[in-house]
Ligand binder design. Structure first.
Ligand code: MN
Length: 232
């Protein structure tokens, strides 16, 4: 049995049935062998609002998470840049707890800083501007006041725009800024960090003022691609 498992960036959507299947398989096996499961963002490809919870696909995810929670496993949720509109209704239905990043959690006697990772991509100034807008509560309220069909149409436009924008950005710009990472280690006085978002799984060592710190970057999941990927 594990103390905790971390996953992120599954980008679950009905278009990727094998990825959803791999997630269900993970929840029925690995997730039942841990005390705590940390969902570190972009579990969904998008989330239009908690009133979309009755959608057949969304309901299948909610039921699977609720089954894990009913086994007594604590599930924690940190918002990603695609599913930050998840709210209390979703949390209650899944039996999970929403946390606001960055979160310091103590696991097996070790302090670990957990976050999604997009807020540290500070070199991508266009994205940071966009992020500030969509994380603003007034913007979110205005967005959620539109009907679900309108929201889904707007999200489709945003997803297409995001794909186009990424084509013109370098790999370096879309990675985390190392100074932003060091600042996090130092301001929170921790030497372990776990995040996702960049889709570049790796174990990094950072030389900071407080010594060597370790940063784990989680993989994204794609079991619909020819060469499958995923992990925890
Ligand atoms: Mn992300």
């Amino acid at each position: 049995q594990w103390a905790a498992l971390f996953i992120s960036d599954l980008h679950l959507s009905p278009d990727m049935p094998h990825t959803a299947k791999a997630f269900f398989n993970f929840l029925n096996t690995k997730a039942l062998q841990t005390q705590a499961l940390y969902l570190l963002g972009d579990i969904f490809e998008y989330w239009a609002g908690d009133d979309d919870i009755n959608d057949v696909f969304n309901q299948s995810i909610v039921s699977a998470l609720a089954a894990v929670s009913k086994h007594g496993i604590k599930i924690y949720w940190l918002a990603g840049n695609r599913d930050f509109l998840v709210g209390d209704k979703f949390a209650d239905a899944c039996g999970l707890q929403i946390l606001n990043e960055p979160v310091i959690t103590e696991i097996a006697g070790k302090k670990i800083l957990t976050l999604h990772g997009d807020a540290q991509c500070t070199d991508d100034t266009a994205y940071m501007t966009f992020r500030a807008q969509v994380r603003d509560s007034a913007w979110q309220q205005h967005f959620l006041n539109q009907d679900l069909h309108q929201r889904k149409a707007l999200i489709a436009t945003m997803r297409a725009g995001s794909k186009d924008a990424q084509k013109n950005k370098s790999m370096a710009i879309m990675d985390v800024n190392l100074a932003a990472i060091d600042a996090l280690f130092e301001s929170h006085q921790v030497n372990l960090m776990v995040h996702g978002h960049t889709h570049r799984p790796h174990q990094h060592q950072h030389q900071t003022k407080q010594g060597v710190c370790t940063r784990f970057v989680l993989p994204d999941w794609d079991y619909d691609a020819e060469k499958t990927r995923g992990g925890w």
